[in-house]
Design a protein around this ligand. Structure first.
Ligand SMILES: CC(C)(COP(=O)(O)OP(=O)(O)OC[C@H]1O[C@@H](n2cnc3c(N)ncnc32)[C@H](O)[C@@H]1OP(=O)(O)O)[C@@H](O)C(=O)NCCC(=O)NCCS
Length: 156
């Protein structure tokens, strides 16, 4: 498995496994190719969108963006916003862990103090994953749990 920047050529595969996640009840946001291109590859707020790939198969991706003023997630402007999406057949193989190593390094390079992950309160695997990556709950809006990561280390 290798990690690299997501490109337009990855959009088809990214959308395909997002649709699998939708069908499995694990995603409620759009999953079509146009959305993937606009929201993950071409968003001006993007800091980095990283894919993990093995033999030409995209196993998953992680999006890291800078929170704008008035962002839809209510995240403190200037923080990072992270999202992780792993192909179901590649789950629990360390793909998410490998992607977080890349994204947290990119966050540090970009000078972010903190990263937010907003997870559905019912998404036990997403909550467990982010907890394992070192994120901790800091607010709980209706139906969601928001976890944050101190980029420079706990308490810094
Ligand atoms: C949640 C998700 C991102 C995890 O990615 P992954 O590549 O399977 O995670 P990894 O294999 O790197 O696991 C890293 C650690 O996270 C935790 N973890 C991951 N999946 C878990 C699960 N299903 N149950 C419990 N803990 C889990 C474990 O501590 C794991 O370490 P371990 O395997 O050594 O015990 C992935 O399953 C996914 O894309 N789910 C659907 C979309 C989603 O929920 N995204 C996150 C919220 S937006």
């Amino acid at each position: 498995m290798k990690t690299r920047d997501a490109t337009l050529e990855d959009v088809k595969q990214m959308s395909a496994f997002l649709k699998e996640l939708t069908a499995a009840g694990k995603r409620s946001s759009p999953d079509d190719e146009a959305f993937v291109q606009r929201y993950y590859i071409e968003d001006p707020a993007k800091i980095r969108c990283t894919v993990a790939e093995e033999d030409g198969v995209v196993l998953g991706f992680q999006s890291l963006k800078r929170a704008d003023t008035g962002n839809e997630w209510g995240v403190e402007p200037g923080w990072g916003i992270i999202g992780t999406h792993i192909r179901p057949s590649a789950a629990r193989r360390g793909v998410g862990r490998a992607l977080f190593a890349v994204s947290s390094a990119a966050a540090e390079k970009a000078g972010l103090a903190k990263i937010d992950a907003t997870i559905a309160a019912t998404n036990a695997e997403g909550l467990a994953y982010y907890e394992a990556m070192g994120l901790r709950t800091y607010r709980t809006p209706e139906g969601r749990i928001c976890k944050s990561f101190d980029v420079a280390g706990p308490g810094k």
